[in-house]
Write a protein of this length. Sequence first.
Lengths: 407, 211
Amino acid sequence: MTATESTSVSDRPTPHPPVARPSAVWRRSDDQLIAGVAAGIADRLGIDASYIRAGFVVLAFAGGAGLVAYLILWAMTATSVRDRPSGLVATARQKVGLAAIFLGLLIVLRGWGLWLGDAIVWPVAFTAFGAAVAWDRSGRENRFIAWAFPGLEDDVRPSTLKVISGALLTFVGLVLFASGFDAFVQMGTVLLAVLITGIGLSLTLGPWVWRLLTDLRTERSDRIRSQERAEVAAHLHDSVLQTLALIQRTDDPRRMVTLARAQERELRAWLFDRTGDESERQLNASLEDMAARIESVYNVPTDVVTVGDAPMNVHLEALVAAAGEAAANAARHSGSPRVSIYAETTPTTVDIFISDQGKGFDRESVDGDRHGIRESIVNRVQRHGGTVTITSEAGEGTEVHLEVDRA
Amino acid sequence: MTSVFLVDDHELFLTGVRTELQKDYEVVGWSSDVDEAIEGIRNTRPDVVLVDVHMPGGGGLTVVKNILEDEAASPRFLALSVSDAAEDVIAMIRAGARGYVTKSISPDELVDAIDRVDAGDAVFSPRLAGFVLDAFADAVPGNHDPELDQLTNREQEVLRQIARGYSYKQVAKRLSISVKTVETHVSAVLRKLQLSSRYELARWASDRRIV
């Protein structure tokens, strides 16, 4: 009885906080300048990482304390990629509290003698926190765009305020720094002013410009990627999906094979060559096209193997046309299960062989009624200075050999 | 009966080929994963391995290299792929495969190719013959080993016949030589293909990081 009671008790839903708060500091591998330690702390505290980074910089000048603290935290924490916890944003009072703690820490370190000197640490503190204020990323995205084009977004003033106050702090820090060293004072007022302005501007605006450029880059590559995806999808839709639909509606297995082969050929050409430039046509591509036509008209697989290649010209056009005629004859009359086309291009000649494994024929007996061979193959090639050799034997298949010199 | 192992990451194709080959061979194993395949081949010690070129995890190339690296009595590899890009073909052959056929090969031709590879001969499809002629086509200047870097006239003649679509038997008849001689020529070409340091081959090889 007690057992069931205890079960029923534990079955009762225990109240859980709606959002689990992060229990420790996790390094952020998605938002890191060095190792993501500052971003992790910022997550935990609910403030912008820029402040934490500025704190580490200043503490590093205070006898290296910042460096040591950073390294210890680095070693003690694990990495994570995750979104900034929403709803965890420090109030103004918390921020002031943090600042006070930090100031106290500085004073303690100064009292211990872990200090590079007032002339360095205080200006660095001013500059670093000025830059941090200016870099503060909490709030809207694309701050710089909003700031540069106030018309685009309504809520612009807070960021402008941050820029101005951050810039002021930065400049005060820089001036303090410069006045602390004789070397700078001796540089002359104008030069010094230019130097300080330059450093101040790059400290305050640099990260924005950088972020803007990154955003633009990301956007551009995203756009290219989505365009490419759309292009691929469109192509597959027009070709592969249509062919698959056709194959499903076909009863004739030979027709299916032809459709599949034609689609394979087309897809392969698209995947591996993707050169659609008609003015730069090459012999091999023309032969492939010709073979694809033969195959789709006569439903006989037609393979093309090539060695070497050459740009097309009138002679080669005639040669390819004659080869097409020979291949069509083979596909139509020979009864061979496939037609093979082999083309070898050397610097001096082009040889094309069209072979089948069909029934063959006796040339004398068919010469009279087959004008095709004489007119469309032999004469055509001879007009372009080439030769045609036809070897055929009953039952052994036919081979047509076309040869032209490359003028 | 010759034992065969199949490696292909395309399940549908794997099933189809398995059914096809069960009539003529003892199919001792199959795998669609590179590491699993390497282990399976080591355990089952098949005579012939049919291996797909393109697979995640390094592809067929990794399988061939891993097995041939440290196996004393190694199986013979026949590469099978939808791709007939030259670099794939050459890379597989240079890694040690004894033949290369495309997946559109007919069942009878595939059986013929497996038997040939099992007998220790090379299997050259018309397309592979074309690639080899292409790669060895132009005379290259420089200090090359003529023994390995050039094809003899007879070898070229045999490859040309194969490229024109003729079977070994037809080639033998057309050139008035024996089938055995054709096989000898083709095996010699295979050896040159694997050992030659010709620029074109070296480049294909280095592109594929197999040297």
